[in-house]
Design a protein around this ligand. Structure first.
Ligand SMILES: Nc1nc2c(ncn2[C@@H]2O[C@H](COP(=O)(O)OP(=O)(O)O)[C@@H](O)[C@H]2O)c(=O)[nH]1
Ligand SMILES: [Mg+2]
Length: 341
């Protein structure tokens, strides 16, 4: 499953530096045929200790982690929704993203220009949110126009949708959150704010305000993360450094309501990403479409019970391996074998 996270923010806040840090490690793209790699699109692997433990058990030829795709979107400025700068074109990129990382500059550096003079994190957050809301209002207005025409011809669904969209329109105009509004709207996408603190601190007042606004955030020193991304595991240990990007990736995962299941054998142990609530055939589709269309059954064992047992056969002997049908809702950490016709 392709899951992409769009990186947005004002110019010169650290977006491209973060993108490079996240996607710096070479990934064997041949394992991920669904990914199209363009200069501004990159993938990062999801570090998962469960996968490592399963790999120790199976000693496979290949161990393949789950991935997250990141898109470095050009900086938005005030007026982007009206086509200012490059913004308008790039809003289309955000539309395709499942979620948004909003990079906010909190570091001061007179050498690095700020579009509005100097960083003011709250104002800068509002600038971006306003642009997204303006773009959404344009989208909603177009939809409302079409729906009004349909409603005149007596289409019942059109009337119902009109009612919903009018409410969304009001919320957007007031700068209010639209909750789980229509998924094609930018403002409906889950957002994680990355507060780029540089080597300094983030003011407590900002943290308090973000909390009050219900905004999820992570505080990073993006430049330092970029430097760390170039170091080997051994060098990091020697220097006593701990990169925070795995935490950022894990948070993006959580924000998107995603879970992981595993397939495991002597040739390959692999992590797969699906949405929470996906049933067994839908999970199979992440691997191959036949696993969904010709689904017969799935054998399932939770990863920890498998590791504890020492092998699938031993887990089965202890009654821990279950056979599940097409209604089974896959759980985070399941190790699954699919049977198809
Ligand atoms: N001092 C300082 N500079 C940073 C930091 N993060 C990024 N920069 C610098 O800010 C400039 C713009 O960064 P870039 O990632 O290209 O920003 P973008 O326009 O948002 O993509 C570059 O010169 C970066 O080296 C930081 O944490 N501290
Ligand atoms: Mg950039």
């Amino acid at each position: 499953m392709k899951l992409s996270v769009g990186i947005v923010g004002l110019p010169n806040v650290g977006k491209s530096t973060l993108f490079q840090a996240l996607t710096k490690k070479a990934v064997d793209i041949a394992n991920y045929p669904f990914c199209t790699i363009e200069p501004n699109v990159g993938i990062a692997t999801v570090r998962d200790s469960r996968l490592e433990k399963l790999a120790l058990l199976f000693n496979p030829q290949k161990t393949i982690p789950a991935i997250v795709e990141f898109v470095d979107i050009a900086g938005l400025v005030r007026g982007a929704a009206q086509g200012e700068g490059l913004g308008n074109k790039f809003l289309a990129h955000i539309r395709e993203a499942a979620s948004i990382l909003h990079v906010v500059r909190c570091f001061e550096d007179p050498e690095i220009t700020h579009v509005d003079g100097a960083p003011d994190p709250l104002r800068d957050i509002e600038t971006i949110r306003t642009e997204l809301a303006l773009k959404d209002m344009e989208t909603v207005d177009r939809k409302i126009f079409d729906l009004q025409r349909d409603a005149k011809t007596g289409k019942k669904e059109a009337e119902e949708e009109l009612e919903v969209l009018s409410k969304v329109r009001t919320l957007l105009a007031e700068g209010q959150p639209i909750g789980d509004g229509p998924s094609y709207l930018l403002s409906a996408k889950p957002v994680l704010c990355v507060l780029n603190a540089g080597s300094g601190n983030v003011p407590a007042s900002l943290i308090k305000k973000l909390g009050g606004m219900g905004i999820s955030y992570i505080i990073l020193n993006i430049k330092e993360e970029f430097d760390m991304a170039g170091l080997s595991e051994a060098a990091l240990i020697e220097l006593g450094l701990t990169p925070r990007l795995p935490e950022l990736i894990a948070k993006s995962y959580e924000l998107l309501g995603l879970i992981t299941f595993f397939t495991a054998g002597s040739d390959e142990v692999r992590a797969w990403t699906i949405r929470k609530g996906t049933r067994a055939p839908g999970a199979g589709a992440a691997i191959h479409s036949d696993f969904e269309t010709k689904f017969i059954k799935a054998t399932v064992v939770p990863w920890d019970q498998l590791v504890e047992s020492g092998s699938v056969a031993k887990a089965a002997a202890r009654g821990l391996v279950r056979t599940e049908g097409k209604e089974y809702e896959v759980r985070d950490g399941d190790v699954i074998e699919f049977r198809h016709g």
